[in-house]
Design a protein around this ligand. Structure first.
Ligand code: SF4
Length: 151
């Protein structure tokens, strides 16, 4: 059985213990998981201007970004935004061909913390790029993502 046939991003018991260098051969499956972000992340990504961050409520910012298709969900309780995903589950900022982050230097804190912080600390849904075509599980809207909140 190939790695892709048993790796399920929704089932942390199928994940691999993270080690240095693992990302080099991976299809970036972690970037198919919902990403929770906060206002400082949106500022760093250039999605929110400092003036807006200071004068608008997070809910108002969320409404604007949801209309723009950048935010898929907003938790009023935690003031946490979840980035929208493409149809196949990829993050909006993942290059579909190279499987590399297009905003790496400005990526959200959640991405910086992965896999140290997340559903299964120290483990990730590693799957070789060569197995991507047979991948069995991609992200589905509404499931738990990498962030700390559960809304
Ligand atoms: S922002 Fe970059 S690192 Fe974070 S999930 Fe999206 S593509 Fe991956």
């Amino acid at each position: 059985m190939s790695t892709a046939n048993r790796v399920d991003v929704d089932r942390t018991d199928t994940w691999t213990r993270y080690r240095k260098g693992l990302c080099a051969g991976c299809a970036a499956r972690c970037c198919t998981m919902p990403v929770e972000v906060r206002v400082p992340d949106l500022l760093r990504l250039g999605l929110v201007e400092p003036f807006e961050a200071e004068h608008e409520t997070p809910a108002a910012i969320a409404r604007r970004l949801q209309r723009a298709g950048i935010v898929g969900h907003f938790s009023h309780k935690h003031a946490v935004f979840t980035l929208a995903q493409r149809a196949g589950g990829d993050c909006l900022y993942l290059d579909a061909t190279s499987r590399l982050c297009t905003v790496y230097e400005r990526r959200p804190e959640t991405c910086r913390q992965h896999p140290a912080v997340g559903p299964r600390p120290g483990y990730c849904p590693y799957g070789p790029a060569s197995d991507q075509a047979t991948s069995v599980t991609l992200s589905r809207p509404g499931r738990a993502g990498r962030g700390a909140s559960r809304s």
